[in-house]
Ligand binder design. Structure first.
Ligand SMILES: [Zn+2]
Length: 321
């Protein structure tokens, strides 16, 4: 393996004025702007572009900023927490759920409606998607593919948050064509899922009995909360990737638009720099080029590969088709 695609993402939430004081998201759009632009500037110092998953409210309120970021090389996709959208557009009467709690028909209606708003604001249809909290059920990829989405970043392998309808235990760790019938496995759809990269060597228990593996996000103070460091997470991610040898090797991580990445003293800014430096060092240490990539460039790379159907595994043997 000579190269790893580095995909740096941010979820751009509505402000907490229209959602809930404890929800993810900036308290006002000015902080949202500082988060988005500051993140692009720091990530850019390391030579990487940003992929922004933008909630419709943010697309409408900050259209000019996102168009500017896109002109500067950023990749844009749709982000969706149905309950936040519901409070904005439907007074909490429709779609008042986490994404994985919606029926197939509700997902279709919600994506059609919100994609139009997003398109009106940003001048193009969204073709990439990330559900809020990585909440999803088995209809997620079927509906996205039907509606013309070509990819997204919809999973955090190992995540176990049943109350948010986000269960990804056993999910594939590497970019893959998705299945129309089962969210954790590969399939023949022309839709590519790019998972957030998680360090499988450590299983952590969070609050509410949630389970998770460490990842490279700057949002969490991994060291003080869990006793793991960015250099160890980054090295483990690279080592695990070298061992798996996927066709499109990728490391993907996430943050949110409520950290002041314009402030060098903000703890999240410091952790972002630690995370990027650790990733660079882990790649250098393994003699691997950390290549700039976006969710879209990884999706296109996987779509360009021929789809190979998996052999069917019977009880203890394999049946070739
Ligand atoms: Zn979100």
């Amino acid at each position: 393996m000579k190269e790893i695609n580095v995909v740096v993402t941010m979820d751009c939430e509505p402000t907490t004025q229209t959602t809930h004081p404890t929800a993810t998201g900036p308290h006002d759009w000015e902080l949202g702007r500082r988060a988005c632009e500051g993140y692009a500037a720091i990530v850019g110092e390391y030579g990487f572009p940003v992929t922004y998953f933008i909630h419709p409210e943010a697309a409408v309120a900050q259209a000019a900023m996102f168009k500017g970021l896109r002109d500067g090389g950023a990749c844009l996709g749709l982000h969706m927490h149905p309950w936040k959208y519901s409070m904005w557009r439907h007074q909490g009467k429709r779609f008042m759920a986490h994404y994985g709690g919606l029926t197939e028909e509700e997902q279709r209606d919600l994506l059609r409606e919100s994609s139009l708003l997003w398109e009106e604001a940003l001048g193009e249809r969204p073709t990439l998607f990330r559900p809020g909290t990585f909440s999803a059920n088995d209809s997620v990829f079927k509906v996205l593919a039907e509606l013309g989405f070509k990819g997204g970043s919809c999973s955090v392998p190992g995540r176990m948050m049943p109350e948010m309808r986000a269960i990804w235990t056993g999910a594939l760790p590497d970019p893959h064509r998705a299945s129309a019938v089962m969210r954790q496995v590969a399939g023949p759809l022309d839709f590519v899922n790019v998972p957030v990269s998680t360090d499988f060597s450590t299983l952590l228990e969070g609050r509410l009995g949630r389970r998770l593996h460490p990842d490279l996000r700057p949002d969490i103070d991994w060291e003080s909360q869990y006793g793991v460091t960015y250099p160890s997470i980054a090295k483990n991610l690279v080592d695990q990737l070298i061992e798996r040898k996927p066709p499109v090797p990728t490391i993907c991580f996430i943050t949110h638009n409520h950290y002041d990445y314009r402030d060098p003293a903000d703890p999240a800014t410091r952790r972002l720099r630690q995370s990027l430096a650790a990733l660079r060092q882990a790649c250098d240490g393994a003699g691997i080029h950390a290549a700039p990539a976006t969710v879209e460039s990884v999706v296109d790379a996987v779509l360009a590969l021929p789809y190979e159907e998996e052999d069917m595994v019977l009880e203890g043997s394999i049946m070739s088709k």
